[in-house]
Design a protein around this ligand. Structure first.
Ligand code: ISE
Length: 333
């Protein structure tokens, strides 16, 4: 993912110069830097963050390393875009929120790129302005062709469904309130990982979203979303650039993983972030509060998975620094 961000920043995002790369695999870091105009490598990510000629930082390292690197960027007063999750644990997210609140300004953006996907944006603009009435149900499908063998079942929630937790907040403009995790029969291809899972999320206004997460389909990468409202429904299907006809059949090609499926969303997200460095952040860029909210929902999902009972999602009061971010405080219909 870091290499893909480096490619986009170097080749497809304006107003930015990729200067430096750190990768825990130094050979991989050197290989990426060699393909990028003028980028040098660092052996220490904290030295990179603190370097005088570095104005902003993008973190795409392992989930557990995010907190330290984001806190270092805040301490250096540098804007930072951190890939999801902001931190895998609630306490880590709270330490980041505390550091930003003490600084008194927002420096952190979290990489929930689906907010910049044209399909999701059409879904949201249709919901917001199309006269469909209140949303009632949301059906989500999130399928990976394959995941790391033996990945902990929790990662279906913390690493994959975390995208749905954020996009539901953004689409519906309200908070999740409760989560239940159902475990259907597991695919033998996935064992010992319990895969797929079916998550039920209820929002504060009573909308119920069902989220199928299946990370070893063996078919291809597929994300779908349908919002069912009082006067109609809006559905985002898996876009397919081509339909292949051969051997007497018709094949709708599926991408191999999320990078080709969301490449335009990543590019728009990065361009919006770079543009925000010299101006006001776009309301669509996810803040550290959004990152915290997604992790709170994910950890409630992990508790629900383990306990077999539904769990409350309690975010607490959003600080004024994050007012105007999603979701807007709005009267329930
Ligand atoms: C991966 O880490 C991502 O963030 C992708 O967007 C998601 O679709 C995939 O399931 C995750 O494993």
């Amino acid at each position: 993912m870091g290499a893909e961000h480096a490619r986009l920043l170097d080749r497809e995002v304006s107003g930015v110069q990729l200067q430096a790369i750190f990768d825990i695999d130094s050979a991989q870091g050197a290989a990426v830097a060699s393909q990028r105009r003028g980028a040098r490598t660092f052996e220490d990510p904290l030295a990179l963050i603190r370097a005088a000629d570095i104005d902003a930082v993008l973190v795409a390292s392992s989930d557990g390393s995010h907190e330290e690197l984001v806190l270092a960027a805040i301490a250096a007063g540098k804007p930072v875009l951190c890939e999801k999750p902001l931190a895998p644990d609630i306490e880590g997210c709270q330490r980041i929120l505390k550091a930003e609140l003490e600084l008194g300004r927002r420096l952190v953006t979290v990489g929930f790129m689906r907010r910049f996907d044209s399909g999701y944006r059409d879904l949201k603009s249709g919901l917001d302005g199309g006269g469909y009435g209140a949303a009632l149900l949301v059906h989500c499908i999130h399928r990976n062709r394959s995941a790391a063998a033996g990945a902990p079942t929790e990662t279906l929630i913390t690493g994959s469904a975390v995208h749905e937790f954020d996009i539901l907040r953004w689409l519906l403009d309200e908070e999740p309130a409760r989560i239940t995790v159902l475990k259907p029969r597991s695919s033998r291809r996935s064992l010992p990982t319990e895969d797929p899972l079916l998550l039920l999320v209820e929002t504060t206004s009573g909308v119920i979203a069902d989220i199928e997460v299946f990370v070893n389909t063996g078919c291809g990468y597929e994300v779908r979303c349908e919002v069912v409202a009082e006067q109609g429904s809006l559905s985002l299907d898996a876009p397919s650039p081509i339909v292949v006809r051969r051997d007497g059949g018709v094949v709708k090609e599926l991408p191999s993983d999320w990078r080709p499926r969301f490449v335009d969303a990543y590019r728009r997200e990065l361009q919006s972030w770079v543009d925000s460095l010299a101006a006001e952040p776009s309301a669509d860029l996810a803040s550290s509060w959004d990152g915290y909210a997604a992790t709170v929902a994910a950890q409630a999902g992990v508790r629900a998975l383990r306990a077999g009972t539904s769990q409350e999602i309690a975010l607490g009061t959003r600080p004024a620094l994050y007012a105007g971010a999603t979701p807007a405080d709005k009267e329930q219909p």
